[in-house]
Design a protein around this ligand. Structure first.
Ligand SMILES: Cc1cc2nc3c(=O)[nH]c(=O)nc-3n(C[C@H](O)[C@H](O)[C@H](O)COP(=O)(O)OP(=O)(O)OC[C@H]3O[C@@H](n4cnc5c(N)ncnc54)[C@H](O)[C@@H]3O)c2cc1C
Length: 268
């Protein structure tokens, strides 16, 4: 879409990508299922202005010390046997001058990222890369729909915090239970509904879609950001564009993970 033709068109920015070696300076238990890892190091030039930007986090094989390597035309070059696994995370907060970055990890119990986050301790190191780019969604929509599971909370929280006073937001967040609520800062007018799994496995059921189906939407043009388990995101996108009159250009639905599949992410 042409930005000049549509003043509401989201804008893409590219960033120079490099890897950074950061040190864990603190760990905060946000909820029983979510842990904030505070990191510090060389953050010069880091930029993640989009609320749903993501970085790659690198998890090295046992016995291999985390290290940043130059990124060439064929990507990052690692010695055989030292190739790390990569997972996507949202820069929840960062300060380039102070050299700090906070990442919020869901402790879902499986996989290199969740396993690392569960044991992370002060003094350990972590390698990150990116973001490669940012998506800046204008703040001139009549209202905003935000929806997702716990993995989306960092991106949704950033959006709620950056939207100005007077912006109207409907938000639906799926968590396991009441103990997973998090405080959200911001000046926007946010109507937030939680839906609960109550012990059911994450990525099962259709709680977010079911809730959205029952919602009466305000009038005017909206932008929807939906993120979380891939089937949920896909179903919500289909509902919004096929049954609720959303402009497909104004719906971003991201599969942040996929039930039963490691290292899965998709855009719908
Ligand atoms: C753009 C983007 C931003 C993201 N931001 C964040 C973020 O800020 N915080 C965050 O916690 N996650 C975030 N995610 C999701 C995260 O990257 C995935 O959950 C990832 O799969 C975790 O890697 P892992 O090594 O823990 O598990 P994997 O090795 O990828 O998966 C192992 C198993 O765990 C399952 N699994 C993966 N994630 C979950 C989950 N959340 N709940 C239950 N089961 C799961 C998989 O289906 C698989 O069966 C983001 C994803 C994307 C694409």
């Amino acid at each position: 879409m042409d930005v000049l033709a549509d003043p509401r068109a989201p804008q893409r920015l590219r960033h120079e990508t490099r890897m950074r070696l950061l040190e864990v300076t603190g760990v905060t238990t946000l909820t029983p299922r979510m842990r904030r890892i505070h990191l510090k190091g060389d953050m010069a030039g880091f930029a993640a202005p989009g609320h749903a930007d993501h970085i790659k986090v690198f998890f090295f094989p046992p016995g291999v010390a985390p290290r940043a390597v130059p990124i060439g035309p064929d990507g990052a070059q690692f010695a055989p046997g030292e190739r790390p696994q990569m997972r996507d995370y949202t820069p929840r907060a960062y300060d380039v001058d102070k050299g700090t970055l906070d990442l919020d990890f869901v402790l879902h119990g499986d996989g290199p990222a969740a396993t690392w986050a569960a044991q992370a301790a002060i003094g350990q190191t972590l390698v990150i890369g990116g973001p490669r780019g940012s998506l800046i969604v204008p703040m001139n929509f009549d209202w905003y729909l935000l929806a997702g599971d716990e993995t989306a909370i960092p991106a949704l929280a950033r959006r709620m915090a950056e939207l100005p006073a007077g912006a109207r937001v409907l938000a639906v967040i799926e968590v396991d239970n009441l103990s997973e609520h998090q405080p959200f800062a911001g000046a926007a007018d946010v109507a937030l509904t939680y839906v609960y799994r109550n012990g059911a496995a994450a990525g099962t059921g259709s709680r977010i879609l079911d809730r959205i189906r029952t919602m009466r939407f305000p009038t005017g043009t909206a932008y929807a950001y939906v993120a979380g388990e891939a089937a949920m995101s896909r179903a919500v996108r289909a509902h919004l564009t096929e049954a609720r009159g959303f402009n497909p250009d104004y719906v971003r639905a991201a599969g942040y993970w996929q039930r039963g599949m490691a290292d899965a992410q998709q855009d719908h």
